[in-house]
Write a protein that binds this ligand. Structure first.
Ligand code: GRF
Length: 221
């Protein structure tokens, strides 16, 4: 089966990029990273690409006068590498409607909260401050809004009393590295169908049961 050519957009450390590269190299996903693009010339994600022999490009905002001309260059770079699916992995820019239209339902993002709770930045700290008992992460298709597109997968983690934003972020990141490759694989298998806001998954297994935090310890009788 042909592997889906993907382009990964990063701005920083790129641990999600690494999880995707590892899954691809191990044959766990039927997708291949064709190019890594960063808006930040010193993003560690660029080193990760280099180490795996993956072409990379740096597109800095200083070289462009408008967001549209920036995104036009981004589209050109991705198309030059034959990218079918755009994967945002910590890319700290909001895409223009023109970019979103160039890859309709072919852009994914990962966000470290259970959307629609806590869109935007610094969300692990916000979940803690709010007193949420559960946090987590969301992989979603990208639409013209911020963290607002149809949801593909979510993973839930408990918030512990002793958590800091760092410990909670680490717990969430473990799940990010599991669900992002999974979402890409579902796309590669052609199993994602978007109807309005809902994403239906062909052959998806329903999740049974529920969890409470703290666990329920009183009996029903
Ligand atoms: C992750 O927390 C992701 O959810 C958010 O940005 C962070 C990127 O981390 N969008 P990394 O660069 O993949 O390590």
């Amino acid at each position: 089966m042909n592997r889906v050519p993907i382009g990964v957009l990063v701005s920083g450390g790129g641990t999600n990029l690494q999880a995707i590269i590892d899954a691809s190299e191990a044959g766990r996903i039927n997708a291949e990273v064709k190019v890594v693009v960063s808006n930040n010339p010193i993003a560690y994600g660029l080193d990760r690409a280099r180490r795996h022999g993956i072409p990379s490009a740096v597109i800095t905002k200083e070289s462009f006068t408008t967001k549209d001309s920036y995104d036009a260059e981004l589209i050109k770079t991705l198309n030059n590498h034959g990218v079918m699916l755009v994967v945002m992995a910590g890319f700290m820019r909001i895409l223009t409607p023109a970019f979103v239209a160039a890859f309709p339902m072919r852009i994914m993002n990962i966000h470290p909260s259970l959307l629609p709770a806590f869109p935007g930045l610094g969300v692990q700290k916000k979940a803690l401050e709010y007193g949420a008992r559960f946090a987590g992460c969301t992989v979603h298709f990208v639409d013209a809004g911020v963290d607002s597109g149809p949801i593909i997968i979510q993973a839930v983690v408990p918030v512990h009393d002793g958590d800091t934003a760092e410990t909670l972020s680490r717990r969430i990141l473990v799940e990010e590295h599991r669900i992002y490759p999974q979402a890409i694989q579902l796309f590669a298998e052609g199993r994602l169908h978007v109807e309005g806001r809902r994403v239906f998954i062909t052959g998806g297994q329903p999740v049974e049961g529920s969890i409470a935090n703290p666990p329920v310890t009183i009996s029903d009788e």
